[in-house]
Design a protein around this ligand. Structure first.
Ligand code: GLN
Length: 305
């Protein structure tokens, strides 16, 4: 029987040759996965023998990874904001940069609750294009961890893909926040949406011509979740066009953007939502990542709700 170290070393070498950017991590995660343990157990016990069953399963996963399939789909799991999300080809794999958006959303919700500014209606949140439930589920779990009662914040998770939404439901239930979320299949928003205090979204924002230059692993993900049209902002622009009707007077939209779209999103907001403000928050890598869009208070807008 081969040892853990032998299988790991062989796997790392194969994945390095296949062009993986993270051959060590990939091999450790896959070997841990077939052994039903976490990565630290693999690192802590390099001399442990690996049975023929797990070794064969590992070899099969290595082959798929060599072909480019993302490790997250091979494991069926991706860690995001301290939670393990169930993932598969029905939805985009959660990215670490989106954790920033979740943190900003948590701050916004908590600020509204502590200021007592929810006017008795609770804080109303929508996650547009929720995919596997990334933002909505992480936000709901974060609120539960802060002991916010479920009825003080309503969170609607919307996706145009019914099968992505099935995955989102699975993640909500898996993380024990099914009672904090509602789900709806719709293109961006349902036809007659209520007003929201927070509109959150990680919509597709990759320029169509850049799609072919993405890492090969992304070709396993739904293009619908990535392709933002010729300028990358086509879907986000459609959401901007609906913001005035769905965002309460004091509402804020937090939209994830590409690192090179800071100027473009500001121009787009100026063109589509004259008189509104748009500022861009950076992610942990220091890159522009989340556009914060809201009405300028008291500057001649019709009061809404
Ligand atoms: N950050 C993602 C990527 O480049 C894009 C996510 C998106 O389009 N919303 O892989």
């Amino acid at each position: 029987m081969a040892t853990t170290r032998e299988l790991l070393d062989a796997g790392i070498e194969r994945l390095r040759r296949a062009g993986s950017e993270s051959p060590h991590l990939d091999a450790q995660l896959l070997l841990a996965h077939v052994n039903g343990v976490d990565r630290t157990a693999i690192l802590a016990h390099p001399e442990a023998p690996v049975g023929t069953g797990p070794a064969a399963a590992y070899a099969a996963l290595l082959m798929r990874r060599e072909a480019g399939e993302p490790v997250a789909y091979l494991r069926g799991i991706k860690e995001f904001h301290g939670l393990a999300f169930v993932v598969d080809a029905r939805a985009l794999i959660p990215r670490p940069e989106t954790e920033r958006l979740v943190d900003l959303a948590l701050d916004e919700v908590m600020r509204r609750l502590t200021a007592g500014r929810d006017g008795g209606t609770g804080v109303r949140v929508v996650d547009v294009g929720t995919g596997c439930g990334t933002i909505a589920v992480a936000l709901a779990a974060g609120l539960r961890a802060r002991r916010v009662p479920a009825d003080e914040v309503t969170i609607l998770a919307v996706d145009v893909s019914a099968e992505a939404l099935d995955l989102a439901r699975e993640n909500a239930v898996g993380h024990g926040v099914g009672d904090r979320l509602a789900f709806d299949v719709a293109d961006l928003l349902p036809p007659d949406p209520p007003l929201f205090d927070l509109v959150l979204a990680n919509l597709p924002y990759v320029r169509s011509e850049a799609m072919t230059r993405l890492p090969v692993a992304t070709t396993y993900e739904p293009a619908l979740a990535l392709d933002g049209g010729p300028d990358g902002l086509r879907v986000i622009a459609r959401l901007l066009d609906r913001l005035a009707a769905v965002l309460g007077a004091d509402g804020v939209a937090l939209l994830e953007i590409g690192a090179d779209q800071e100027a473009a999103i500001s121009d787009l907001v100026a063109a589509r939502l004259p008189g509104w403000m748009c500022t861009v928050e950076r992610d942990l890598a220091g890159l522009p990542r989340v556009a914060r869009i809201a009405r300028v208070p008291g500057v001649g807008h019709e009061a809404q709700a």
